[in-house]
Design a protein around this ligand. Structure first.
Ligand code: NAP
Length: 464
């Protein structure tokens, strides 16, 4: 039999999910010049790039420049993109086994985590995921409503997603109007009455999940002052011991920014961003079904046996009147049909990207990369090394003869099948037309792009 990966029998790989991990899978395979590989990428959205389009903050356009590298990968004659098709709905595991030697899942972590406290279901209590997807024009979230007539907003969690949400709430209309934020969100934020934004961290400044550039930006907002109480900026004994034992330059920078903010006076800017530490929400309080306050308990830091500094509740409680609450406490992956899933971790069961069956053995032909492999941590670039590790395993397995044996090996076979099931399939060529139309609208209004936020509008560009 002709070797898989040769010119006469190319390795056929299906990539499910078109975010960074998906595109870094492509670029990693393209580095294997000795391997002839055909790659088909699928996405349930009509547009590629996952969180680079729908997650990265619209005022962080530089972070989107990775798209140039993804475009380069997509230009390979061995690559095809099929958007507007969903695994489990438009095609199944059996279809994949029929058409590919290997399947890699790069589906990310689309589900937000709950706080598990009373009042989360109230009107005005939202996940950061919803808000981020809404202002970024994700077609599934365009109908969401956020009551921006409220003066006070609490954001639970102090990771970089919380920083994004706080910044978007604190920026002026003029600043937001320079971004590619969805038009409806721009209009809603123009009318915003938000004056007080609280960021709520359950541990201290030395354990904060934000990174130095993001916390630095908080001190540079045009029309929002930032404040931290000196008492909460002070490091507790557990933090000091931990820093001494394991000095970390990012932690030191974070702490320095927080210390600076704790010494700042208000300068009379229109909005106030208050960063709190060592507080945990215990209840979201409502009236007539609507959020009116958030109840917090004061925590204290302590050093756990593994050396990490954790928080435990004291008896001290307080309430902050707020009309909106965003929880921004991380994400988890969603289980996929016929793919082993670790429920408590929210990831696909895997070993270095090789999917593991329930019996602990390798699930032949199945792989994972990105957040669905390792959980929702790291920056965009982290997915490059993550995909590299998985692709290395995939190449090794091909060498060892561990793969599916597809019956359909014609390059066009899967496309033919998909077109029967989803006539509105979107190819990369189609996407480039949508992209050009968005960029042209942006150019006309001095913005990076003006996004289409409904699939119908995107299809209209394609004359469908
Ligand atoms: P994250 O970095 O994991 O932060 C989650 C935050 O939620 C932490 O402050 C965590 O506190 C807190 N938290 C978790 N459970 C909580 C609870 N029950 N009560 C109160 N607080 C709780 O997650 P993320 O902000 O969603 O970001 C996901 C990843 O994307 C991160 O790696 C992030 O750096 C990355 N990202 C990067 C950028 C950028 O580079 N600009 C932008 C956005 C996102 P503890 O630390 O105490 O657990």
């Amino acid at each position: 039999m002709v070797e898989v990966g040769s010119i006469d029998n190319p390795l056929r790989v299906a990539i499910i999910g078109s975010g960074p991990a998906g595109f870094y899978t492509v670029s990693n395979f393209l580095k294997h010049k000795d391997l002839h590989v055909e790659m088909d990428m699928f996405d349930r959205l009509a547009t590629p790039f996952g969180l680079v389009r729908a997650g990265v903050a619209p005022d962080h356009q530089k972070d989107k420049s990775v798209i140039r590298a993804y475009d380069k990968s997509a230009a390979s004659p061995n690559f095809r993109f099929y958007g507007n098709v969903e695994y489990g709905r438009d095609f199944t595991m059996d279809d994949l086994k029929q058409h590919y030697h290997q399947v890699i899942f790069t589906t990310g972590s689309p589900v937000d985590r709950d706080l598990g406290i009373p009042g989360e279901e109230l009107n005005g209590s939202h996940s950061a995921t919803e808000f981020v997807a809404w202002y970024n024009g994700h077609p599934d979230f365009t109908d969401r409503n956020f009551d921006l007539s409220q003066e006070s907003v609490a954001i639970v969690g102090i990771g970089n997603v919380a920083m994004d949400v706080a910044r978007i709430l604190c920026k002026t209309y003029a600043e937001l109007a320079e971004t590619d934020m969805a038009d409806y969100a721009l209009e809603a934020l123009k009318q915003s009455k938000v004056k007080n934004v609280y960021l709520l961290g359950r541990r201290g400044p030395a354990q904060a999940a934000f990174t130095p550039p993001e916390i630095k930006e908080m001190g540079e907002l045009i029309d929002a002052d930032v404040t931290v109480s000196p008492e909460e900026a002070n490091l507790d004994g557990a933090s000091l011991r931990s820093i001494q034992a394991n000095p970390d330059k990012n932690v030191a920078k974070n702490v320095a920014f927080i210390t600076d903010y704790s010494t700042r006076e208000r300068s009379g800017k229109r909005r106030l961003l208050t960063i709190r530490f060592l507080v945990s929400p215990t209840e979201i309080i409502g009236h007539d079904g609507k959020v009116i306050a958030i109840k917090l308990v004061k925590n204290e830091g302590y050093q756990a046996e593994d050396g990490s500094v954790r928080a435990r509740a004291t008896e001290v409680e307080e309430e902050i009147p707020v009309g909106l609450v965003f929880r921004s406490v991380g994400y988890r992956g969603a289980a996929l049909p016929a793919v082993p899933f670790h429920e408590s971790w929210g990831t696909i069961e895997n070993e270095k990207g090789r999917v593991q069956s329930a019996d602990g053995n390798q699930a032949t032909g199945l792989y994972a990369a990105g957040w669905i492999k390792r959980g929702p941590t790291g920056v965009i670039g982290t997915n490059k090394t993550c995909a590299q590790e998985t692709v290395k395993c995939m190449v090794e397995d091909i060498g060892a003869g561990v793969h599916f044996n597809p019956a359909e090996t014609a390059t066009s076979a899967m496309e033919t099948l998909l077109r029967e099931r989803q006539p509105n399939l979107v190819t990369y060529e189609d996407w480039k037309k949508i992209d050009q139309a968005e960029l042209a609208k942006g150019e006309a209004t001095n913005r990076p792009r003006v996004k289409f936020t409904s699939v119908d509008d995107m299809l209209a560009v394609l004359g469908r």
